[in-house]
Design a protein around this ligand. Structure first.
Ligand SMILES: [Zn+2]
Length: 99
């Protein structure tokens, strides 16, 4: 049997890494933090913590330096909003021309 730390130990380690207390960390994740037993490779800098301009959520930039949004959904939502705005601007211009 290998000596693996149990789930609660991993949770407290994760809480420490997140810079918060164990209780807060657990509450934050609904008392079921997504903990992976394999701690190999952990400890290396994970990237820069950024705040998503779309939803205001904190996320880690990670390997993708150009990452601006926390998720693809936020990126899409923002792109859609920008596209809509462009479409409206174009429509307004067309109205000006033909009106
Ligand atoms: Zn977001």
């Amino acid at each position: 049997m290998s000596k693996k730390p149990d789930y609660l130990t991993l949770c407290s380690i994760a809480a420490q890494k997140a810079g918060t207390s164990y209780g807060k960390y657990m509450a934050m994740h609904g008392y079921h933090p997504p903990i992976h037993a394999d701690t190999d490779g952990v400890g290396a800098p994970q990237g820069i913590v950024k705040i998503c301009p779309q939803c205001g959520k904190e996320f880690t930039q990670g390997k993708i330096k150009q990452k601006i949004y926390c998720s693809l959904e936020c990126q899409k939502a923002h792109a859609q909003r920008a596209a809509k705005r462009r479409y409206r601007d174009r429509k307004n211009k067309e109205l000006e021309v033909h009106g």
